[in-house]
Design a protein around this ligand. Structure first.
Ligand SMILES: [Zn+2]
Length: 270
């Protein structure tokens, strides 16, 4: 493309962010091993859900939120050969168990930037002690750089302001993240008003909706819809979905017109 056209395009087009849903399933994924539940047996590819994660990119930036046990498969599927870093929401295994699989990125890029609450880093150091080894570290082990995330402390990633959103997963503190006019909240059961106030004026909100029935540590479908109605983003996408929510095609029909069920590989532009 001629340079002058590129300049014109840059001036006309606003900042654009792309979000790909790498996984939209709850902790066991869908299908669950050995389950004969009809949703687990569904042929609809949108009913097959890997563990929850998103890939976010803008300009030359590429980040993932969480790094669960399906990370390798997800990054191969997304054809993602480079990452600028990983933001962690919390330490549960469905969000962290794939950390060893950053090795291909580490071998090409060096230590990988990671962002998390200090409690989450403590857990990662315990579970992946060899990654954090400082003496006699095995040469094949990956390396990370730790950036501590604190509530009420925004930070910047390649020109984009990131606002941590403090939420509660039963009694466990979890961080959601707002990047520009996009926010990603998973594993939420309760959220305080001051945190909701950080979610004003969103173009897209992603939030968890586990199932129809209430659950001790996750929003049910109704709780998620009530939360969306309160926050009033332009559009919302539901994720961290269990087989008990139902078939993608059927649940989708019941949702308000600005709310969608996310599915694996869905890419949206903000
Ligand atoms: Zn989870």
């Amino acid at each position: 493309m001629p340079v002058q056209n590129g300049l014109i395009l840059n001036k006309l087009s606003a900042f654009m962010m792309q979000v790909t849903f790498l996984g939209t399933g709850t902790s066991q994924g869908i299908p669950i091993i050995g389950s004969t539940h009809p949703v687990c047996l569904s042929d609809d590819p949108r009913d097959k859900r890997l563990r929850v994660s998103v890939l976010i990119s803008w300009e030359d930036a590429t980040y993932v939120i969480d790094c669960g046990p399906d990370f390798r498969q997800q990054m191969l599927r997304a054809n993602c050969n480079y990452i600028d870093g990983i933001l962690f929401t919390h330490e549960h295994a469905d969000h962290t168990a794939g950390l060893d699989d950053i090795r291909p990125y580490y071998f090409r890029q060096g230590d990988i930037d990671t962002y998390a609450h200090k409690r989450v880093f403590g857990e990662l150091e315990r579970r992946f002690d060899y990654i954090f080894e400082t003496e006699n570290k095995y040469p094949g082990a990956p390396g990370v750089i730790q950036h501590e995330v604190k509530n009420n402390h925004s930070f910047e990633l390649k020109g984009v302001k990131v606002t941590p959103i403090n939420v509660w997963h039963h009694k466990l503190q979890v961080f959601g993240y707002r990047l520009d006019d996009f926010a990603y909240l998973t594993d939420v059961k309760t959220i305080e008003q001051a945190e909701k106030d950080k979610l004003k004026g969103l173009k897209v909100l992603v939030v968890n909706a586990l199932r129809i029935e209430p659950h001790i540590s996750h929003f049910s479908l109704q709780e998620a819809l009530d939360f969306i109605a309160e926050v009033q983003p332009e559009r919302a996408y539901l994720t961290h979905i269990s087989h008990l929510l139902g078939f993608h095609a059927e649940v989708s029909k019941e949702l308000p017109e600005n709310v969608f069920l996310a599915y694996d590989t869905l890419t949206i532009t903000i």
